[in-house]
Design a protein around this ligand. Sequence first.
Ligand code: PLP
Length: 396
Amino acid sequence: MERATQHELQLARRMSRLGTETAFEVLNKARALERQGKSIIHLEIGEPDFDTPANVVEAGVDALHKGWTHYGPSAGLPDLRQALAEYVSRTRGVKVAADEVVVVPGGKPIIFFTILALIDEGDEVIYPNPGFPIYESMIQFLGAKAVPIRLREELDFRLDVGELSGLINDRTKLIILNSPQNPTGGVLTKKDIDGIARTIDDRNIMVLADEIYSRLIFEGEHHSIMSVDGMKERCILLDGFSKTYAMTGWRMGYGVMRADLAMHIARLMTNSNSCTASFTQIAGIEALRGPQASVDAMCAEFKKRRDVMVAGLNKIKGFSCRLPKGAFYVFPNITKTGWPSKKLADALLDDAGVAALSGTAFGDFGEGYLRFSVANSIENIEKALDRVGAWAEKNL
Ligand SMILES: Cc1ncc(COP(=O)(O)O)c(C=O)c1O
C-alpha cells in the first residue's frame, strides 16, 4: 500500500499566478471524448495541419547521421544565426547582425526570457487582450503588472493607438505587440506601427514584437516596428519556425535584439536549456535557405479555408464574423447567441462535437467571442459548420 503523504506540498507563491494555454486542455478533453467513441472535429489547435516540408525533414535526418547530436552554443549555431540575420535583414528591411540573434526552443521562450531579463516586480507591461495567454501569464508570474490594451472588433481587431498612449506611464517598461494576431487574425497596418512608434517617442520603453505569423498574411503586407527608424534598439523581434514551416514539434524559434541584450538572453539559455537541439538548427538553415513554395502553398490553403469558415459562420444564427487578414484563426462574435463564450464552447464540444476555444481563453476582452482554428481540411470545416448550424437551430 502507498504511504500517505506526510508533508504538505509547499509551492512557491508565484505558482498561483501562473496561467495556462487552454488549447491544450480542450484538446485533452476532446481526445477523451473521442476515446468514448464520439466524433470530434478539431478546430481548437494552433498548429498547421501540414507536414514539415520534406527538404527540411531530410536536412534534420542528415544532420543526425552527421553527428549534430551534441551541445552547441547557448545563443545558437553561428551558421543559423547568420542565416537568420540575413533573413530578418531582408524581410524587415533593417540591418541585423548574427550577434543580434538568439535561437531558442520555440517562440515561447523569447516571451519568457524577455520578461525575465527586462522586468522587475511592480513594472508595467502592456499586452494585447484578447491575446496569446502566455503574455499575461508570464507578466503576472514574474510579479509585474499586466496592463491590457483592448483589441477592438470595429478596428478589425487592431489596437487604438490613442488608447495605447493613455496606458503608458512612468512604470511602463515593455509593450507587447502581436501581428498577425492570435486569436483574432488582426494585422497592424503601417500607419498603426508608425503611430505606435510615435507614441513611444524617445521614451526608454522596450517593445516585444511577436511576429510568429509574419508569413501568414492574406491581405496587405507584414509591417514590423523593428523597421521604423530609431526603434531597432528598443525592439525584440520574436519569430520562429513553428507556424511558417509547420515545425511546432521541432521546438525552434528566435529573438532578434540589440547585441548587449542578446548576450543576457543567451545567459538565460545557458541556465535553462543549455542550447536548442543542434540537428534541428541545421534543418532550420535548410528551411530558411531552401525552396519556399510550401510556405506559400500553406498560406494560400489557409486563405481558402478562412473564406469558407467566415462565410459559413455568418450564416449561423447568433454568429457574426469579420474576415481576418492573417494567421489561421477566425474569431466570431457570438454575443447575439445570448450565451457566455465558455459555456458555448463547452456546449459545442459536448453536444455538437466541434472543438473550439472560448474567447475568454485569451483574456477578459475575449468574452463574446469564440476562436476557431482553420488548421483542418475544408471538408472537416464544412462538417463543423453544419454541426454548429444545426446546434444553433436547435438551441437558440
Ligand atoms: C502569438 C504566438 N506567439 C508565440 C507562440 C509560440 O510559438 P512556439 O510554438 O514556437 O513556441 C504562439 C503559438 O501558438 C503564438 O500564437
